[in-house]
Design a protein around this ligand. Sequence first.
Ligand code: SAH
Length: 375
Amino acid sequence: MTSLPMIPIAPTTSAAARRAALPPRHLADLDLPGRQAAVTELGEAGFRARQLSTHYFGRLVRDPARMTDLPAGVRDRLADALLPTLLTPVREVACDDGATRKAVWRLHDGSLVESVLMGYSDRVTVCISSQAGCGMACPFCATGQAGLTRNLSTAEIVDQAVHLAGVAASGVVTGAPARLSHVVFMGMGEPLANYSRVVAAVRRLCAPAPEGLGLSQRHITVSTVGLVPAMRRLADEGLSVTLALSLHAPDDELRDELVPVNQRWKVAEVLDAAWDYAERTGRRVSIEYAMIRDVNDQPWRADLLGRLLAGRLAHVNLIPLNPTPGSRWDASPKPVEREFVRRLRAAGVSTTVRDTRGRDIDGACGQLAAAAVTQ
Ligand code: SAH
């Protein structure tokens, strides 16, 4: 194994990234009273905020021409002020016979981010990005290779879900319901490194329409490399979202390399924070573990992981390693994966192997980089 990457505790933001202008304000940045205040400031009646919100969150309509319950002059003024274009589609690709669709968006400053829509027989899930790039530098993840460009605004995060809820509603996701039901913060970025905007985005996704998208908190998953203070803070928010912890190794020696933030918060500490989260929220924590051939897939590591998790409110999601450009690592062979599962289950730990949705379109876990896009 090679030398350890630089420890990315504080996001490694370049001077250029710090100067990057924030996107314009959007109604999804504000709660309903905030939107009413903004509308009043524009000299319009406060109830227009609710009308505008009903279009955006309730009907998934963002084109002012379709908002016929608003007088024509008012429509454009309010849409200019509160519904600026945040995400411009660069391209959309489908795979898995139309059940998976990846969207690449250009933000107002030219940054690119990606979101993935996944249809199943009983639900539609969108995987959204919380940052442009990522500062966590996990060596097996494509997003980690280019570093962090910037945090997304609350509305830039929410708008990915609203856009793709519209795509789902159009009925193009084969073999799946038309209504978006689940959101996972497993796209580009480290959600807990953009804490306040991510929590505000969760609140907006879950607020009933017209304040928000009306999703169930239990259908939201926030995934983290293990930023312990932020995990503890999240437990205090009174939200019932699922926490996913990208563990990938049960021992510090290997995790220091695979998830460099482990150099700051060790396995024992991060699991402690995970169990506190489970206890406070009653939610089972999802332990993410990418299966990397001859790196973290040995039977002894399965046994060690089993001992760490036995009796806890946890579920293990094994992710066959997805290929990333230039990576020296491969997925574990299926018999090795099966033995790993067997040992975890024998230890009494609930375990499943994640499907590899979106692989052909670089839309699977760890493949989101947005760099290969021809502009
Ligand atoms: N930064 C957060 C959110 C990203 S979620 C986190 O790390 O949890 C993306 C998930 O895919 C994480 O569990 C990540 O470790 C995993 N992943 C990254 N690269 C991968 C790859 N090449 N193959 C399989 N899983 C990968």
